[in-house]
Design a protein around this ligand. Sequence first.
Ligand code: FES
Length: 180
Amino acid sequence: MIEFTLNGKAVRVEVEADTPLLWVLRENLRMPGTKFGCGKGLSGACTVHLAGAPVRSCQLQVGALAGQAVTTIEGLAAVAADSARTLHPLQQAWIEGNVPQCGYCQSGQLMAAAALLAQQPKPTDADIDAAMSGNLCRCGMYGRIRAAIHRAAELQAGAGGTQVGVQMFDPAALTTRGVA
Ligand code: FES
């Protein structure tokens, strides 16, 4: 039995200690927001936060997590600097900027960007390029991603505007949707 904190809540999983966190998130904990890209630590699609730092969940054995705090895309809104918002500033900026094309890499992009903004609230283009260089986007949305990170920095600083409306995805609905 391995216990750790996931998005602010204690979780327990009964898996082999060398099971990658990515598998545990998707298969055992039904948190499908974190994506499998390459399984080799190269794509960044599986990026989550471990104690606030971006890590590749495909490369992290769950046995190493005992007592530690993991945040996934499903928990990102809760770490927003402005608790009055229901989205993280990055999520709002992503929607405003219509950032994704296919969308597959975007949860990893958002988690990498969130770690950057937590460390560097007003990043330069160079800061963004350095922090995001390990997150690949096969649609080539790098320009939009960079612009959205700048916009999120504005939002985080309070130069906001109205939060856009969005219907939040409920993974629990997957178990019943479409079943007769
Ligand atoms: S799936 Fe983990 S880095 Fe590509």
